[in-house]
Write a protein that binds this ligand. Structure first.
Ligand code: SF4
Ligand code: SF4
Length: 401
């Protein structure tokens, strides 16, 4: 090329920036004030070479390739704290961080654990690599039997989207069993998809795998369309977020509630059944995708306080300012990677805060949390007596079922 001729080819940074503008509110990135709020509030910001604010600086300096060549985006656990508190309302989590992860996936710089979870999701429809045929095995022994839509072949009032961990993970299956018993006690006519259910795909999306998310969403959409029901409930805030906010963009439109909303609406019916007193101080962890992302703060607390004997005590980080458990955005599958790089686990910070309240029970409402917090409690001083329970387990205990 002659020395005077200037290349018109856009740089990587320019192409990346343009791609953000195609995303919802992506163009707001131009309004960054460089205030540093996002980097300061990010739970892993201090470990990133490029925390969110500095990523934007790198974009402006035409140096975004340096970001992609670092491991900064893999420290993003999609907790939405940066997005929540950004004064310019830039959708940092959904645009900048997720797009950066997409580029890193394309470049092949993917942590091994994440790669395995994504491959499992593609092959088996769940990140754990379990057989789809075993998806309803957790229901064995529950009476009356849980309706599996493909077997009962009749309309139901409520379709319960169970989710990956509540279907397969040994610890979280007990939450599913508790919720099934509560629904039965309330006389709810419900069914599950069983083998026809696939991962909701939301965490894969936030880990940068938009194509895989769409594949999984479309499979679930086809299953939803096969059956007649009035509404969907789920115990998984990630599934709740996907079906409520992301599936409609693919033309998959169904009303969905988190189970805490569904039960809180039936409090008049539920409360007289809560006969067993549980004398305990209970603190509640707001899951990112139920609280900060979708604004469901009251219903879990209403249910906890409905249990006779329970005293609700709050942690300093609560509501919009809740601490992340570290499981979102693919973090659930990258504990080893994060530990190796940072020697820190966000779940331990949360458990430490719960212990400091003097609580007997750490109540949760997300299937990622019982295994994460129970594991963390083993490492925290004075956490030996802290019991981690999903709200459904606390309610089932009070119901005596
Ligand atoms: S919080 Fe928002 S405005 Fe402030 S540096 Fe981060 S992205 Fe920019
Ligand atoms: S979503 Fe959370 S983890 Fe990701 S960059 Fe924002 S604050 Fe950090």
């Amino acid at each position: 090329m002659p020395a005077t001729e200037i290349s018109q080819k856009p740089s990587f940074s320019v192409k990346f920036l343009d791609s953000l503008f195609d995303l919802a509110d992506g163009e707001r990135i131009r309004k960054c004030l460089q205030c540093g709020t996002c980097s300061g509030i990010c739970p892993f910001g201090y470990l990133m070479d490029f925390p969110p604010g500095l990523m934007i600086t790198a974009l402006r300096a035409d140096m975004f390739e340096d970001v992609i060549n670092s491991d900064s985006a893999w420290f993003c656990v999609s907790c939405y704290a940066c997005t929540q508190f950004c004064p310019s309302q830039i959708p940092i989590t959904n645009s900048l961080m997720t797009r950066a992860k997409e580029e890193m996936l394309l470049a092949g710089t993917v942590p091994k654990e994440l790669q395995t979870a994504l491959e499992n999701s593609q092959r088996y429809g769940n990140p754990l690599g379990e057989s789809p045929r075993k998806r309803a095995d957790w229901t064995i022994g529950i009476e009356p039997k849980v309706n599996i839509m493909g077997t009962v072949k009749r309309p139901v009032d409520v379709l319960w989207f169970v989710g990956d961990y509540p279907s397969y993970h040994n610890r979280v299956q007990s939450v599913s069993k508790a919720l099934a018993k509560i629904l039965n006690a309330l006389g709810i006519d419900f069914g599950i998809l069983g083998p026809e259910e696939n991962s909701d795909g939301d965490t894969q999306r936030m880990a940068g795998e938009q194509g895989l998310f769409e594949l999984l969403a479309e499979k679930n959409g086809r299953a939803f369309n096969k059956y007649a029901f009035n509404e969907i409930i789920t115990a998984d805030p990630h599934a709740f977020n996907a079906i409520k906010n992301e599936y409609p963009r693919l033309g998959i439109n169904f009303p969905v509630k988190h189970y805490t909303q569904f039960l809180a609406e039936r409090l008049d019916q539920l409360k007289p059944l809560l006969k067993n007193e549980i004398k305990a101080r209970v603190t509640y962890h707001d899951p990112c995708y139920l609280g900060r992302v979708n604004g469901v703060f009251n219903e879990p607390r209403i249910l906890i306080q409905a249990v006779p004997g329970v005293e609700l005590v709050e942690m300093p980080h609560k509501l919009e300012n809740s601490l992340c458990c570290g499981g979102g955005g693919g973090g659930m599958w990258m504990d080893g990677y994060h530990w190796e790089k940072a020697h820190v686990r966000l779940s331990e910070w949360r458990v430490r805060e719960a212990v400091e309240t003097g609580a007997d029970i750490l109540a949760v409402a997300c299937p990622y949390e019982p295994p994460r917090f129970e594991d963390a409690a083993k490492m925290i001083k004075n956490a030996e007596k802290l019991v981690v329970k999903d709200i459904a387990e606390i309610l089932a205990e009070s119901l005596g079922i």
